[in-house]
Design a protein around this ligand. Structure first.
Ligand SMILES: Cc1ncc(COP(=O)(O)O)c(C=O)c1O
Length: 369
């Protein structure tokens, strides 16, 4: 039996190998290993793709979040409101600043920050709000922006999963004072290692971010504040710049896969399919279903050669690392329920009809038996 992987990065590499080779050669032969012209070119092109004036390339999406929070003025003792149903790095970055993550629940349909829960979580210590465009579905930005404006809070978008996602005609990553992207290999735009970027329209903030990522160096060997080695590798800039040319086509191909999934899986008992709000165009980073017998379904799929994954099995507020914050089960009921029921199916642009059929046949067999 042929296996259907969650993603197929080796296959994608084969499709762009020839285009990549001279760009990689150029980095190696010019020894532009860290930052350099390829990173600058990518920063310009990615900012244009997102629709911001600037992109500041850095070492990872986690670095991007840390830098963006510092540049927005988050300091020890502050609170930053975010979601618990996310990849843990969203919360790490807040903690790295010495600030406290305050978790609010998600909307059960979009899996993103429930704006109705946001206002109640604001205290005099709140400095910023960090919503996450999860799985590529954008947050309900109008509501979130209105609340941030009313309370004078900095809005930073965790757009690590949202390259090319659109909210009411505007790209994810253009709503906050800054937005943070991950170019982790498995993302819709993925590097050949770790990489990330912060996007912003604010030129002073862009300058600050550029200094912060480079040991806070303005003049060489002079440092005005605590800095970081969060620079992007030249090689990653070169690879990402090539891959960016293909991103619109790859996103379109993901849409086709999602459409086929939805057609084949519609109406199955117990199965909840992703729901995309009419104000959102997702980038289909992940195709996540829910089922009350999720663990059994996952085993059933594995036995039929279908890889699947859990994004995410335990919300951040219940992780041991955050026990000191004092959250307990039941505090964020939607996040906790979805975490028990979610299952990520294979999703990548190059998926064949046969692979899609293998997945949907296996899911259908489980649901109707
Ligand atoms: C929502 C979210 N935030 C932050 C990150 C951190 O990005 P990275 O893995 O590039 O550090 C990721 C990705 O892994 C993510 O999915």
């Amino acid at each position: 039996m042929k296996k259907v992987p969650l993603q197929d990065l080796p296959l994608q590499y084969q499709t762009i190998k020839e285009e990549l080779a001279p760009e990689i050669e150029q980095i190696l032969s010019s020894a532009a290993y860290i930052l350099g012209p390829a990173v600058s070119r990518f920063e310009e092109n990615f900012a244009r793709y997102v629709g911001t004036k600037y992109c500041i390339g850095c070492g990872s999406g986690t670095d991007a979040l840390h830098l963006a929070l510092i540049a927005a003025g988050v300091e020890p003792g502050d609170e930053v409101i975010t979601v618990s149903y996310t990849f843990v790095a969203t919360a790490w970055a807040i903690s790295y600043c010495g600030a406290t993550p305050v978790f609010v629940d998600i909307d059960p349909h979009t899996y993103t920050m429930d704006p109705k829960k946001l206002e109640a979580a604001i205290t005099p210590k709140t400095k910023a709000v960090l919503p996450v465009h999860l799985y590529g579905h954008t947050c309900d930005m109008d509501e979130i922006m209105a609340i941030c404006k009313r309370h004078k809070l900095a809005l930073i978008e965790d757009a690590a999963q949202a390259h090319g996602s659109i909210y009411k005609g505007k790209n994810a990553g253009t709503f906050g004072v800054s937005s943070c992207f991950s170019f982790y290999p498995g993302k819709n735009l993925g590097a050949f290692g770790e990489a990330g970027g912060v996007c912003t329209n604010d030129s002073a903030m862009a300058d600050h971010l550029r200094r912060l990522r480079n040991h806070s160096q303005g003049q060489r060997y002079y440092y005005d504040e605590l800095g970081f080695n969060y620079r992007m590798d030249g090689l990653q800039g070169a690879v990402l710049d090539v891959k960016l040319r293909h991103l619109p086509k790859w996103t379109e191909m993901r849409h086709q896969v999602a459409k086929n999934y939805k057609l084949s899986l519609a109406g199955l008992p117990g199965l909840v399919l992703p729901e995309i709000k009419q104000w959102c165009t997702t980038n289909w980073y992940l195709f996540v279903i829910q089922h009350p017998r999720r663990d059994e379904l996952q085993k059933h799929l594995a036995a039929r050669g279908v890889e699947s994954a859990l994004h995410y099995p335990l919300p951040v507020h219940l992780q041991k690392a955050y026990a000191h914050l004092g959250y307990k089960p039941g505090d964020l009921p939607v996040s906790e329920t979805v975490a028990k029921r979610c299952l990520t199916l294979p999703m990548f642009p190059e998926m064949t009809d046969e692979q899609i059929d293998q997945v949907t046949d296996a899911v259908r067999e489980f649901c109707v038996k």
